[in-house]
Every structure is written in C-alpha cells, then in structure tokens.
Design a protein around this ligand. Structure first.
Ligand SMILES: O=C(O)CCC(=O)C(=O)O
Ligand SMILES: [Fe+2]
Length: 244
C-alpha cells in the first residue's frame, strides 16, 4: 500500500514525484517517536536543491547589504553565518514553509498539520562557527535540508538520540549551551547527509554542530514548525537566541 507523501514535486514544475510506501512512513514515525529525529535520503529533487541554493544565496546577500532595511526590523536576523526569517525576504521561502511538499510527511510525524514558524539558512562557509547544544522548542519539529554534503569535518549536526523524551516540563528547555558537551555521549549521532537528504528532528531533541574545519561549505536550509497548542512549559521561553 502507498500513501501519497510527495517527496519531490509535481511534473509541471519539472520535478520528480514520489510516493512513500505505507510501511516506510510507519517506520519513519516509529523511529521519529523513539529517537527524536529521522534522516530521509534523497528527499528533494536536484531541481529543488538548485532553487533552494539560489534563493538562499540571494536572500543572504540582501540581508548582508549594509543599507539593508532589514537591519532595523527584527527578523530576518543575521548572526554570523545563520540567517532566519527568509520567508519575509522571498516569497519562494514563504510558499516553501507553508506549502512545501515536505508538509505531508511532517504532518504524519507530528500527527497534525505543522504551523510554520520560520525558515533559516545555516551556512558554514568560511566561518568556522559551531552551534552549541540546544533544543528548538517544546512542541514542534524542524526539517533540515542539506545543500552540501555534511559530515563531522565540515560541521554536521549531531542529535542526542532519545533526548526529546527526557525534557522536564519546568522551563529548563534552554539551560544547555556552551558549557554542555555531549560529544562523548553514547547517544550522540552525527547526521551525515548528502545534498538532497533531510533530517527531521523533534524540537525537544538536543542537537548541536561542530566547527567547519574542512574548507568545504556546509550549507543548509531549515524550516521550523510548531503544533497549534501552546507551549507546555510552565515558564515562558526565554527570548535569548540560541542560533538554532
Ligand atoms: O545547522 C546547524 O548547524 C544547526 C541547525 C539547527 O540548530 C536546527 O536545524 O535546528
Ligand atoms: Fe536547532
């Protein structure tokens, strides 16, 4: 049996349509619930990959320009090699986060239609920046589209497998950061991806990424989503930006 999860895009747009087997969706769902993340290989077509690269590149140039009107308006935010709020810069990203073909799979994983939060561009090009351990939130998920091959030498993302199940509902969501090092934890898993692969993680899953020591770029687009219900945290989320 197949369920109509479309992983590429429709033919008129010169892209590949693909349905996932029901058993494959069930496997992804159970892995996602158990581990707090899944990796799906070859999820996006080469055409979408090219579109994402091109739109990300030009959006970033606009945010970076000195006289950018965005400097004064909160989002889109740019911190070193991380930009967020791309949906406000380019309708391509607005459509992508609201209506991208990945929504069908995310809906299966979340058990409801995800509510879009923002589109990010995580670009480790020349910068060596690392991203400290954090959670993205407490009631959603994030999909990470690899635009380049990502591996430990160029700063791939790591997930702490199962950590989404160990969040205490006491507002301790973000008490992670620089001082925490999970690299030797037996549950740390490197998300080694090729361009076109995606990882999808529960917002509660602890994740981080290391420095890019390779000289090769490590670029990614990610889309953050939430559930409709409000946060379960007793305390409101801190406004601090953890860059991820
Ligand atoms: O791309 C990275 O290095 C971090 C990504 C991240 O924190 C996220 O996708 O939520
Ligand atoms: Fe993150």
């Amino acid at each position: 049996m197949t369920r109509p999860i479309v992983c590429g895009a429709v033919e008129e747009r010169n892209l590949v349509e693909m349905t996932m087997k029901s058993s494959e969706i069930d496997r992804l769902k159970s892995d996602f619930h158990r581990d707090g993340y899944v990796i799906v290989r070859d999820f996006i077509s080469p055409e979408v990959l090219t579109e994402l690269r091109e739109h990300a590149h030009s959006a970033l140039q606009r945010v970076r320009s000195k006289d950018s009107k965005y400097n004064k308006h909160g989002l889109p935010q740019l911190h070193g090699n991380v930009a967020k709020g791309l949906e406000r810069l380019d309708d391509y990203f607005k459509d992508f986060i609201i209506d991208g073909l990945h929504l069908a799979l995310l809906t299966e994983l979340l058990d409801e239609t995800p509510t879009p939060a923002t589109v990010g561009y995580f670009c480790k090009e020349e910068a060596e920046d690392e991203i400290h351990p954090h959670r993205d939130g407490d009631n959603g998920l994030t999909i990470w589209f690899a635009l380049d091959a990502a591996s430990p030498d160029n700063g791939c993302v790591y997930f702490l497998q199962g950590s989404h199940l160990r969040l205490k509902h006491s507002g301790r969501l973000f008490r992670l950061g620089k001082s925490q090092d999970f690299s030797a934890d037996p549950n740390a898993v490197a998300a080694i991806l090729d361009p076109g692969d995606v990882s999808i993680h529960n917002s509660k899953t602890i994740h981080w990424s290391g420095k890019n020591k390779s000289g090769r770029p490590r670029r990614a687009i990610n889309c953050f989503y939430q559930k409709k219900r409000v946060s379960t945290l007793q305390k409101p989320l801190l406004k601090r930006d953890f860059r991820g």
